[in-house]
Design a protein around this ligand. Structure first.
Ligand code: SF4
Length: 456
């Protein structure tokens, strides 16, 4: 006999315990246990009027956004649908079975208005990092830094040649992403990062950088910069910047200073790839921050044609001279060049009779050696690269790359949804919150050893 549902009429009364239907080991329970947003309403209260219609609860919106990034739901429209239907998501957001879900348009308004004024997303990120520190997941000794390119919401078909696009635009006539870029023209991470005119500009999102850095088809991108603690790969800071090296190095310095100011943590050493091995950056780390640079030095003086390189000349710090392979002296005129270098010259009379002339300066009457004003900091990095610890820190550096791989593959952050510096910063900050929460929840509930305590 063909069965039939007991009743085709809607049930009038339900006895439904939402808490009972969410499995004990569901990830939302673990995330909820390590996430404290009880402070949000108090901190945002001054930004809300005491009269008028009640707004959507800001804590609810932040919880929904966190859900979206933790479970890789990339659109706010889809997020609202998922929370509407998924009981575990409703439980995480403290919504009852019949509670209404906010409209997706409310997120755009809140993001661009009240939340932005208070920088509430940054506060959420810092609170999550503070919880990771409390749970003893941050060693504070060794950090690693890196940047990854994330495609912008801009495409070549709607771009303009760089030399045909002008910054002289009335901000009142353009969209928010362009206004945001125009407001950041003096910012070293954005407009002031480089004077080079890019090949193409996306008029709808001029902060996006046209780049061919991945050696396949060029595209518009932003750089997502992470500063991590290598003990468990906790992201200590995150910063959006233009996708060029100068901006990424500037972002790394901003993150190091901000981590020190916010959490009182400055690492003993920092691991990074060659992109961070410029003399000014090594000077910042060694001379200003007293951080050991586990970073390959950018070397342009090495010759591979069999002639003497600068490394074949010995620097005498006491007398500020170089000694050549023939034992004669190269002196400087003491003038600092625009590129931050001092030049040292041999004497023509010495070179004229030297048996090494062809291997040293065959085409010039004397030999010139340059030395950067921050060469001492470069020497520190070269010395670090010869230590045993350097081999280990090179491996530790891979933890940032793994986080970026996780970001793109698991959290599906291969392309940004939002435009402009603020849009990129919002997306990168929430992605970093999601990655830290996942790591904190995992290590709290399944610690790698008994030493990792639970978050109070
Ligand atoms: S050519 Fe001049 S600088 Fe070079 S090794 Fe000979 S003396 Fe020294």
């Amino acid at each position: 006999m063909m069965g039939r549902r007991k009743s085709e009429q809607g049930q009038l009364f339900y006895a439904f315990d939402l808490d009972a239907v969410v499995p004990e080991d569901h990830q939302v329970r673990q995330i909820a246990a390590v996430l404290d947003l009880s402070w949000v309403r108090g901190e945002l209260a001054p930004h809300y009027s005491h009269t008028g219609r009640p707004s959507i609860d800001p804590e609810l919106m932040i919880r929904m956004l966190i859900l979206g990034y933790v479970f890789a739901i990339r659109s706010e429209r889809a997020l609202c649908r998922e929370v509407q239907l998924n009981l575990a998501y409703r439980w995480f957001c403290s919504l009852g079975i019949e509670d209404k879900i906010p409209d997706h348009s409310a997120f755009t308004r809140a993001r661009n208005e009240r939340f932005r004024e208070h920088d509430v997303f940054r506060r959420v990120f810092e609170r999550v990092v503070a919880n990771c520190i409390k749970a003893d997941l941050v060693g504070g000794t060794g950090f690693a830094v890196d940047a990854s390119l994330i495609a912008a919401d801009a495409n070549k078909c709607r771009s303009t040649p760089g030399d045909e696009w002008s910054r002289d635009i009335d901000p009142a006539t353009v969209e928010r992403a362009v206004q945001d870029y125009l407001a950041n023209l003096d910012n070293p991470a954005w407009g002031a990062a480089s004077d080079v005119v890019p090949k193409f500009v996306a008029p709808a999102d001029p902060a996006a950088q046209w780049t061919g850095a991945l050696r396949n088809a060029a595209f518009f991108a932003y750089a997502d910069n992470y500063l991590i603690d290598v003990k468990f790969g906790i992201i200590m800071d995150v910063e959006a910047s233009r996708a060029i090296r100068q901006a990424e190095v500037g972002a790394s310095q901003t993150m190091i200073e901000r981590t020190e100011a916010t959490f009182g943590i400055k690492p003993e050493w920092l691991a990074a790839d060659t992109a961070y091995g410029s003399a000014p950056n090594l000077h910042f780390l060694v001379d200003q921050k007293d951080i050991a640079p586990h970073i390959p030095v950018i070397e342009k003086s090495q010759r591979d044609d069999g002639t003497f390189s600068r490394s074949d000349f010995t620097y005498d710090a006491e007398h500020d001279v170089y000694v050549c392979p023939n034992g004669t002296i190269l002196r400087t005129n003491g003038r600092l060049r625009d590129d931050g270098m001092y030049a040292y010259y041999s004497r023509v009379s010495d070179c004229k009779t030297c048996s090494f002339k062809l291997r040293c300066c065959a085409k010039t009457p004397e030999r010139k050696i340059t030395r950067h004003q921050y060469e001492a900091a470069r020497d520190v990095a070269r010395a670090v690269a010869k230590t045993d610890a350097y081999e280990q820190t090179r491996r530790d550096r891979k933890k940032v790359e793994m986080l970026f791989a996780h970001l793109k593959r698991i959290l599906r952050m291969g392309r940004l949804r939002l435009r402009g510096p603020a849009g990129a910063q919002f997306e990168f900050t929430f992605a970093a919150i999601a990655q830290n929460l996942r790591r904190l929840a995992k290590l709290t509930f399944r610690p790698p050893d008994a030493a990792v305590p639970r978050v109070a």
